[in-house]
Design a protein around this ligand. Sequence first.
Ligand code: ZN
Length: 329
Amino acid sequence: MLPFKIVYGEQCILPMGTHVFPADKYRKIAERILQSHLAESSDFVEPVRASDEDVLLVHTPLYVEKLKKGMLSTREELELEVPYSPELVEAFYVMTGGSILAAEIALREGICIHLGGGFHHAFPDHGEGFCMLHDVAVAIRKMQRQGRIAKAMVVDCDVHQGNGTAAIFGSGEPEPFPKPAWSASMFAPRRPAHMKTGDNGNVFTISLHQENNYPSWKPASSIDVNLPDGTRDEEYLHWLGQALASARERFDAELLCYIAGADPYVEDQLGGLALSIDGLAQRDRMVLQFARDHGIPVMVTMAGGYADRVEDTVTIHANTVAEAAAIFR
Ligand SMILES: [Zn+2]
């Protein structure tokens, strides 16, 4: 039995057809953690579908209407990079509800893992890169709206930069494409100090990603760590530690949203970093231990993972659950 709840439901499977995104990975992760006796069926909680009101906390009324009525333009569908269907919209509403539930449980119990979510490329007015709705942003905004938290932190370790997250929570001032800032200067504050008391300043965003990868335009996160191609475990973990320490100095979070992408893996088809499966587990340990040490409730979402062998992606995600179990036991 796990010392925390797992949000997962059969309806979380994304109807994408044949696609590089292994839409059935969530079911495989659930099976894996059950078969390895890491989890029991009583550890699982079904997601509750998000409402329009929830989704509208982040997304524009026009975009939501387009999704519901199937009115996306060809360009918008191409940007989304997944085949539009009303069923897919429905699945994203469930995914978003799953992340809201994970945030609620995390605030009550200290940690919750959603076997789904982490759709960090969705913007308020459009979707991109397989991401239709920004589940994590909606969850944060709902917790803030309900007065359960004021300040949240997003720690995004997917290989791709969290452009949607940065656009939603950033200052709204697009910054030029970051230069290869392979130095401590990348941790300099990007926003004036007064932003911290404003609405947008209440969400601190960290993105650790491969610089030479999608998205080409990377709006500024609070901390962006632009990693060079082929970055390996040791270097990656060093920079993750630096980013977390810097964030801790600058911000007190009441909820940590960990986006645990499996795609920094060396054998990922859409990633160019070189982390090992063990290195990714160490990464999980570092983020989760950080949350535990500082008493910050943490919700985990899975995000990307496109390994040559789907089983590797499943192993990486299942390891995240195992690391959390060891730390929060
Ligand atoms: Zn990714």
